[in-house]
Ligand binder design. Structure first.
Ligand SMILES: *[C@@H]1O[C@H](CO)[C@@H](O)[C@H](O)[C@H]1NC(C)=O
Ligand SMILES: *[C@@H]1O[C@H](CO)[C@@H](O)[C@H](O)[C@H]1NC(C)=O
Ligand SMILES: *[C@@H]1O[C@H](CO)[C@@H](O)[C@H](O)[C@H]1NC(C)=O
Ligand SMILES: *[C@@H]1O[C@H](CO)[C@@H](O)[C@H](O)[C@H]1NC(C)=O
Ligand SMILES: *[C@@H]1O[C@H](CO)[C@@H](O)[C@H](O)[C@H]1NC(C)=O
Ligand SMILES: *[C@@H]1O[C@H](CO)[C@@H](O)[C@H](O)[C@H]1NC(C)=O
Ligand SMILES: *[C@@H]1O[C@H](CO)[C@@H](O)[C@H](O)[C@H]1NC(C)=O
Length: 551
């Protein structure tokens, strides 16, 4: 039942009457769209596949690195994959890693590259890549054109170094696709790992280098479908029972999430009128206690609202979805007893269907077989939410402080998350902003600061759908300031990524303007790119730091 329901939902061919449907039709079926596309201006060179891309910064290895050493991990074709097992390949650490000493700490940068093509009539589809059950990458495919589409995405996967260096495991790739009823597009994809190594091995700093162990919170192989859990409603809690090693001194959970079916456009729901209004969050629970939350960036997939809005520059986060970190260190007190604990994930207000899973990043004490930990304080007031007929707001704060005694000493960590959400929906326009602050500080005796990080996220989104023009203005802003004994000096990272896309006259013309500005202690990157129809009309990028060397 569940499967056939999702089946229907993803195709949107039938909406069961009992389920409230989205207010607007924000999806055009690919077969209908193919008819539209036939009259829209076509790519300059229609004899070759068109390249779609997401604006992102190039990934540069730290100075003095060697590499890359590139390994094709999996090459697959994905036709009718619904309810079928994922494609898998045996993984063992590439020989060049053994040559570099074999340790995770030899890796200075690891990049996972996804490259894929598709031709014909097909929806944009969701896909995931897992190694040993831990999700590494989740993306939306590019919705194809008759002449074909090709795209690639590269993700920094250095934080999974321990998994990449560990012995044999299984790489799994699932692209949720169907080829039937007029849908012809088959996705072909290659997954390649590029490794860069430190020339001179250095002992990595504790707590801030990649985790020593990654424990997946996902569905295990063998199975049909992706390894993600599917959450269909607001009361559903999916959970993974995990017995943890006894010498953990830091723990972070990383959440992967995407929304589909009736909740693909959750942010357009009108309070009262549409299913559960426009507010959504993923909550993380440990043994039933709220440990943290992720307030999602409203990713718009390549077929969303109007597919032309994302051609050829795809929506922010669509080819590689953002993930969300929650610090669990203050709560370690109850996890170190050698017993199984329940790690749960839920989605507030969820409507069918949310795909979620997570990775538990654990740092282990090299100097002891058992650490001790205790909770000092914990505060998590109920979600505060208000709704009128057109405006919805929500806010939340979660804060915990706890100590961990390890061979590094007795270190007290506090972690706080603060969220604010504001959504105004007038019918023609949706104006939404999500703001999230997170702070972590780990202090030893006599006020020694071991590490601290403050992050700020802001996700503004404006959808303006007039009679003759649809415009989406979307932004992702992210700032991180890190400090402490274990950080390699003060660190600063700031990203401002803004995209404005519009379609006029139902597809007679369309254009995208994107500005991407990244400034960090380790370098800068900025790019301004403008497209009109399928053509790039201006594209400037620079790796100079406008403000000079950043501190
Ligand atoms: C995948 O790699 C194979 C072998 O190099 C190549 O022939 C094929 O075109 C690649 N496919 C994609 C989608 O890049
Ligand atoms: C991994 O698998 C390969 C091939 O099956 C085998 O030769 C090797 O010994 C295995 N390595 C480990 C660490 O299990
Ligand atoms: C919520 O979803 C779960 C899992 O599919 C199901 O068991 C439960 O009955 C659903 N609850 C409601 C209220 O629909
Ligand atoms: C660690 O420090 C905390 C707070 O100062 C204290 O309550 C706790 O007892 C200490 N733990 C150990 C094992 O000394
Ligand atoms: C966490 O510790 C830092 C350093 O002592 C302090 O500035 C901050 O206010 C603390 N945060 C919370 C939520 O207790
Ligand atoms: C969108 O809402 C924000 C408040 O969250 C407001 O500052 C901004 O002016 C609004 N923008 C538009 C175009 O209405
Ligand atoms: C992008 O445009 C902004 C002004 O809108 C300008 O300050 C910046 O230098 C431009 N960046 C590049 C790489 O051209």
């Amino acid at each position: 039942m569940a499967v056939s329901c999702i089946h229907l939902v993803l195709l949107l061919c039938l909406v069961p009457a009992t389920v409230a449907s989205p207010r607007r039709n924000l999806r055009i079926s690919p077969t209908d769209f193919a008819a539209l596309d036939a009259v829209a201006p076509s790519p300059a060179d229609a004899s070759r596949p068109t390249t779609f891309f997401e604006v992102d910064r190039p990934l540069r290895p730290p100075p003095g690195s060697s590499g890359p050493c590139s390994t094709l991990l999996l090459s697959g074709s994905f036709a009718f994959t619904f309810t079928k097992p994922p494609a898998t390949a045996a993984y063992s650490a590439p020989p060049c890693l053994a040559a570099a000493g074999g340790r995770a700490s030899a890796i200075s940068l690891a990049v996972l590259e996804w490259r894929a093509t598709c031709q014909g009539v097909q929806y944009d589809r969701i896909f995931g890549v897992w190694l040993g059950g831990a999700e590494l990458l989740r993306g939306s495919t590019a919705e194809p054109l008759q002449n074909g589409v090709v795209w690639s995405v590269s993700k920094d996967v250095t934080r999974y170094a321990s998994l990449l260096a560990a012995g044999n495991s299984t790489l799994a790739v699932f692209v949720e696709n169907r080829v039937d009823g007029g849908l012809t597009g088959v996705y072909y994809a290659n997954v390649t790992l590029h490794l860069y190594f430190r020339r001179t091995p250095t002992r990595p700093p504790p707590a801030v280098s990649p985790a020593d162990l990654i424990v997946p919170m996902s569905r295990g192989l063998p199975l049909n479908d992706g390894l993600w859990y599917k959450i269909q409603n607001a009361t559903d809690v999916v959970s993974t029972s995990v017995t943890l090693p006894s010498n953990i001194y830091r723990a972070v959970v990383e959440v992967f999430v995407s929304f589909h079916g009736h909740d693909e456009f959750w942010w357009t729901n009108q309070p009262g009128a549409d299913a559960n209004g426009p507010f959504r969050e993923v909550t993380v629970r440990v043994d039933g206690v709220l440990a943290g939350a992720a307030w999602p960036f409203p990713v718009i997939f390549t077929g969303g609202v109007n597919p032309l809005l994302w051609r050829p520059i795809t929506g922010i986060g669509s080819f590689s979805l953002p993930t969300y970190d929650v610090e669990l260190t203050p709560l370690l007190g109850k996890m170190l007893d050698g017993k199984a604990h329940e790690f749960g994930l839920a989605v507030t207000n969820a409507v069918d269907v949310w795909y979620v899973d997570a990775n538990l990043h654990l740092w282990l004490d090299p100097g002891s077989t058992a650490t001790a930990a205790g909770l000092v304080s914990y505060m998590a007031p109920e979600l505060a939410a208000t709704a009128t007929s057109s405006r919805t707001t929500a806010s939340r704060q979660i804060s915990a402080t706890g100590w961990v005694e390890s061979s590094y000493g007795n270190i007290t960590t506090n972690a706080t998350q603060t969220f604010a959400f504001d959504n105004t929906n007038t019918g023609d326009t949706v104006n939404q902003t999500t703001v999230a602050h997170a702070g972590v500080a780990a202090m030893g005796r006599a006020g020694v600061l071991y590490y601290s990080a403050r992050t700020h996220h802001s996700f503004p989104l404006l959808l303006d759908s007039g009679a003759d023009q649809v415009t989406v203005t979307h932004g992702l802003e992210e700032t991180t300031v890190a400090a402490g004994l274990w950080s390699s000096g003060p660190r600063y990272q700031s990203l401002r990524n803004t995209q404005r896309s519009s379609v006029v006259g139902g597809g007679a013309s369309w254009g995208i303007r994107q500005t991407y500005r990244y400034e960090a202690t380790d370098g800068c990157y900025s790019r301004n790119v403008t497209s009109s129809g399928y053509s790039i009309v201006s594209d400037q990028s620079s790796e100079a730091c406008v403000k000079g060397p950043l501190r």
